[in-house]
Design a protein around this ligand. Structure first.
Ligand code: SF4
Length: 282
């Protein structure tokens, strides 16, 4: 079996059994992303997946399917993968994976319901921003309208998902508008968790090139922290939703449940901002 040079998974899945489904990224165009730049996209064959499962842990309750967007293999193959997991890991109660808005958009509600019934229990989706202007500039490959439709479709299929958004991505002077538009998008559906990431501009990305050419200017730390605050202030969750800024890239680390802990989280941001700005002056 050929090995992927790059295997990524969310920090919360660090102890989860990993099963490769795709290598590289079938899209590979997002301006901020360097993850699979040098890797050619390919699907892992069913034979390879079965071999991996046969020789893996005999007992696990959770599996994370690796690859940028495993649903890109299509409904039939994904269903066969889930059936193989049921066969080899009968105690597995949760299969999770990364997923892209544009790919989920190709699935019907009924197909998503069937995948859920076969064990798919959590998607990590990079929504990134609720601004069409920003999504276009970072070449994310989906619009806000599609993102909202996908969020609602997943809710209808009762397939839980975490929504990943990125602050700083709109660049200097645009963070407030981006935060408000992102909150407006997130308010249209129910994610289990909202995960924030702080933009990191990696060398070799299109965004690094845009920065060198003066087409993109990074927001200051102060502006980025207020973007998180404005995002939180404008979130109006109808169902219990975790708000999680604990990913390593974040400037301020917070974890709480909305809507109940919104005021507590806002107070923590206020206190951390004062401390951070005071420390930076020293
Ligand atoms: S962010 Fe995801 S979809 Fe975009 S290029 Fe990177 S791996 Fe591919």
């Amino acid at each position: 079996m050929s090995e992927s040079r790059n295997i990524f998974y969310p920090q919360t899945e660090i102890t989860t059994v990993l099963v490769p489904v795709t290598r590289g990224c079938s899209f590979n165009q997002c301006a901020f992303c360097s993850m699979y730049k040098e890797e050619t996209y390919e699907e892992v064959t069913l034979q390879e997946i079965e071999f991996e499962l046969m020789n893996g842990e005999t007992y696990t309750e959770r599996v994370f399917l690796t690859g940028a967007d495993p649903l890109s293999v299509g409904y039939e193959k994904m269903m066969r993968i889930l059936k193989l997991i049921q066969k080899y890991y009968p105690y597995c109660g949760c299969v999770a994976m990364y997923a892209a808005v544009r790919t989920i958009n190709n699935y019907t509600v009924e197909e998503l319901k069937q995948l859920h019934a076969a064990g798919l229990r959590l998607l990590y989706i990079g929504f990134e921003s609720g601004s069409d202007e920003v999504l276009k500039s970072i070449r994310k490959g989906h619009t806000v309208k599609t993102a909202i439709a996908v969020g609602k479709k997943l809710n209808e299929a009762r397939l839980p998902f975490n929504a990943i958004v990125m602050y700083g991505i709109a660049g200097e002077g645009n963070s407030e508008e981006n935060a408000k538009k992102t909150a407006e998008m997130l308010n249209q559906f129910s994610a289990s968790k909202i995960i924030t990431m702080n933009l990191t501009v990696f060398a070799s990305t299109e965004l690094a090139k845009m920065e060198q050419e003066g087409m993109f200017v990074q927001a200051s730390i102060k502006e980025k922290i207020s973007e998180v605050r404005i995002l939180l202030e404008n979130l109006d969750m109808k169902k219990r939703t975790e708000f999680d800024t604990t990913h390593a890239t974040n400037i301020i680390k917070l974890l709480g449940t909305l809507p109940d802990e919104k005021e507590i989280l806002l107070e923590k941001i206020k206190n951390s901002t004062m401390k951070k700005l005071k420390d930076d002056k020293k």
